[in-house]
Ligand binder design. Sequence first.
Ligand SMILES: CC(C)(COP(=O)(O)OP(=O)(O)OC[C@H]1O[C@@H](n2cnc3c(N)ncnc32)[C@H](O)[C@@H]1OP(=O)(O)O)[C@@H](O)C(=O)NCCC(=O)NCCS
Length: 159
Amino acid sequence: MARKFSNLNLSNQEGKFEIRKMRPNHLPYVVAIERQSFPQPWSYSLFLSELSNRVATYLVAMWEGEIIGYLGLWTIADEGHITTLAIHPRFRGRGFGKRLLQYGLRFIQEKRCREAFLEVRVSNWIAQKMYQELGFQPIGIRKRYYSDGEDALIMRKEL
Ligand SMILES: CC(C)(COP(=O)(O)OP(=O)(O)OC[C@H]1O[C@@H](n2cnc3c(N)ncnc32)[C@H](O)[C@@H]1OP(=O)(O)O)[C@@H](O)C(=O)NCCC(=O)NCCS
């Protein structure tokens, strides 16, 4: 059954797992996960400015009240963009990343997006596998997209 989204008052409580809208007081936990997840992590101030970006929605995943991951989404007209996604290393491989992304995809569908896009490092086969399992397909390469020179694979999913 389709889950109803009451504007941005998000809730997805399934036992100890919850998804909530990201708030400034979550950022120390988010930035700590970010630093353990990416070679060129986003800063606290970048996340903070994203929280006031009109086209952006940032969500946190919680397990037993602890922030264990987050997801960033932009919705621009009928396109959704995944801007970031990470799960704390200690909580990886337990299905949380997939559940968070599935929730985000339903959210942007509710916002009338027809397709979703993302970029992922060509070396990041774990994330690519997850995206493919959720219906994303590779559509191209952005050469030297990352500042260390690595290429990005562009992936797209029809919603
Ligand atoms: C990518 C990431 C968000 C996945 O989160 P996760 O909670 O560990 O993933 P899940 O447990 O929900 O697994 C989702 C799918 O990813 C793939 N996957 C996850 N861990 C894997 C592993 N160790 N080996 C192979 N595939 C793996 C599988 O396809 C899995 O689906 P399945 O278990 O049904 O086969 C997490 O690894 C992470 O934070 N990585 C660092 C940041 C990052 O790379 N973000 C993506 C940037 S584009």
